[in-house]
Design a protein. Structure first.
Length: 523
């Protein structure tokens, strides 16, 4: 009956005037692959490692592609695909419907859109003018597990207002900070999108000011949201995300990232706490040990870091090398407890008629450690220090940097490692065939839940849950193969997964096999 009610609501929405928004959203692997191709070819200016990516920035690259220059067949195919999506984003009326089903929800969440429940349906209608974009959407998920097993949601919804080269937006906009493909350390799609309002620069431009102009095209965004789901520490915690990205040399992109948690029901939320959180001085995250008043008055939780990517073409093949590091702070604004990610993506032509391939290798370690821990530089820098249980956790907000029981950062949660190999081929009919292999080690320190007690808002001692994905160490592989097929009646994605073990299964192997099917129609 709930699905029938959802279908009726979607039908009513489709019958109303609508149109598309200003952003290319998180979730489309092929779109991101095509953007990277245009970036490597020098068509798109400025950083492209923060999503959603403004269509205004992509359109500047498409305009260059249509200036009469000769394009290689595989690059022209990417331009044609982006043209079609750009046309959808520019029209005054648009509808987007998704239907998904799987027998087992994936524990891993890469850049693509995967089902969050065994049944996952959503739809939205959009209206767009030159200034205002309004998207009204609704969805329903069944068999999601965890805190929200089955639920109605409004996550496709968003309102954006453009003024000049900026957009102010509000809704459930999904964020992805950084160049990684199999995960992002600070803001990713691991958890459901939180309700938020934000400000984003649409086209990266140089700042015409001494010294600052050396940064090249600069991208800026800031948003604030509320963690309104069930928590055991404080309800309705305010959360802010900030990113500055710039390109000081062609192909070299640098991003500076930050996340903050502050306030919440029953917590002090005055000017002192807010200013201390944003300024970052005064040991805001770390009150004097043994001082309960300072503990309750502290500003909140902060995580910050950076990412660097470099893109270069070698003949017909483009290569992108990247690294990301995000850290829990130690004292004042000093960052020393880093999680780390490194990767490389290669792209090139498959034949001479417009087909292309992409291959990525990526490694992430979410144990908080000194920056060069585990590398040849650690003996030189003294970087042997590790901090088990620190990443994504906080003594005050003891449910951690999470939303509705999932880490907001990397999907493995803290104290975990993931090595992934992925590859895909897009043929001349725009069919995308892909596969990946992951070696995952969750909670490898195996210090258990909880490693130490925390004080809840009533003053009672509670166990601190430091590992949301797996309370014990688990090491397993995930093999994935699938296809994304554009058909006359819509786009179909079929994916199969084999998993050699599962989280929270100490002492035995819980092998899993899953199939996921998704249908999407946009018009």
């Amino acid at each position: 009956m709930r699905f029938l009610a959802l279908a009726s609501l979607l039908a009513a929405l489709v019958a109303t005037p609508s149109l598309a928004g200003p952003f290319a959203e998180v979730g489309d692997r092929q779109l991101r692959q095509d953007v990277d191709l245009l970036k490597a070819a020098g068509l798109i200016d400025g950083p492209v490692d923060s999503w959603p990516l403004p269509w205004a920035q992509i359109d500047t690259g498409l305009d260059k592609a249509h200036d009469g220059r000769t394009l290689d067949p595989w690059l022209k195919a990417a331009v044609d695909r982006l043209d079609r999506l750009g046309d959808l984003a520019a029209q005054r009326k648009a509808v987007d419907i998704r239907l998904g089903a799987t027998n087992d929800v994936s524990v891993a969440r890469d850049f693509g859109t995967l089902a969050r429940g065994k049944g996952d349906a959503s739809g939205r209608v959009e209206f767009n003018s030159d200034v205002v974009s309004v998207a009204l959407g609704v969805g329903y998920r069944a068999g999601a597990g965890g805190q929200d097993n089955s639920y109605l949601h409004f996550e496709p919804s968003q309102i954006a207002v453009r003024f000049g080269n900026w957009a102010v937006y509000g809704g459930y906009t999904e964020q992805w900070f950084g160049p990684g493909h199999d995960g992002a350390l600070l803001w990713s799609n691991s958890a459901r999108p939180i309700p938020k309002v934000g400000l984003k620069r649409l086209v990266p431009e140089r700042i015409d000011f001494p010294v600052l102009r050396w940064l090249g095209p600069v991208q800026f965004e800031i948003f604030g949201g509320v963690l309104n789901g069930p928590r055991r520490d404080y309800a309705n915690i305010l959360t802010f995300g900030t990113r500055v990205g710039f390109e000081p040399a062609r192909g070299l992109s640098i991003g500076l990232n930050r996340a903050q948690m502050l306030c919440g029901d029953g917590r002090p939320c005055g000017l002192k706490q807010i200013s201390s959180s944003f300024i970052g001085f005064g040991n805001a995250d770390n009150p004097t040990p043994g001082d309960p008043t300072a503990f309750l008055q502290q500003a909140g939780n902060q995580i910050a870091g950076w990412d660097i990517s470099y893109t270069q073409r070698f003949g017909p093949v483009s290569a992108k090398f990247y690294v990301e590091a995000e850290a829990e702070d130690f004292d004042n604004i000093i960052l020393e407890q880093y999680s780390r990610q490194v990767g490389m993506t290669l792209q090139g032509p498959w034949g001479k008629k417009g087909a292309s391939w992409v291959a990525t290798v990526e490694y992430a370690d979410t144990q908080a450690a000194s920056l060069f821990n585990g590398t040849p530089l650690e003996s030189v820098t003294g970087g042997e220090t590790t901090y088990p249980g620190s990443m994504y956790n906080n003594s005050l907000y003891f449910d951690g940097f999470t939303y509705r029981g999932r880490p907001i950062g990397y999907w493995t949660d803290g104290d975990s490692r993931n090595l992934s190999f992925s590859a895909a081929v897009t043929d001349t009919r725009n069919r995308r065939w892909y596969g990946s292999v992951r070696s995952v080690h969750l909670n490898f320190n195996n210090v258990g839940n909880p490693p130490f007690p925390a004080t809840d808002p009533t003053g009672a001692l509670r166990g601190l849950v430091s590992y949301r994905i797996s309370a014990n160490a688990e090491k397993f592989a995930i093999v994935t193969a699938g296809a994304e097929l554009p058909l006359a009646f819509g786009d179909v994605r079929i994916e199969g997964r084999l998993q050699t073990d599962s989280p929270n299964t100490p002492g035995f192997r819980d092998r899993q096999a899953a199939v996921e099917v998704q249908f999407r129609q946009r018009f």
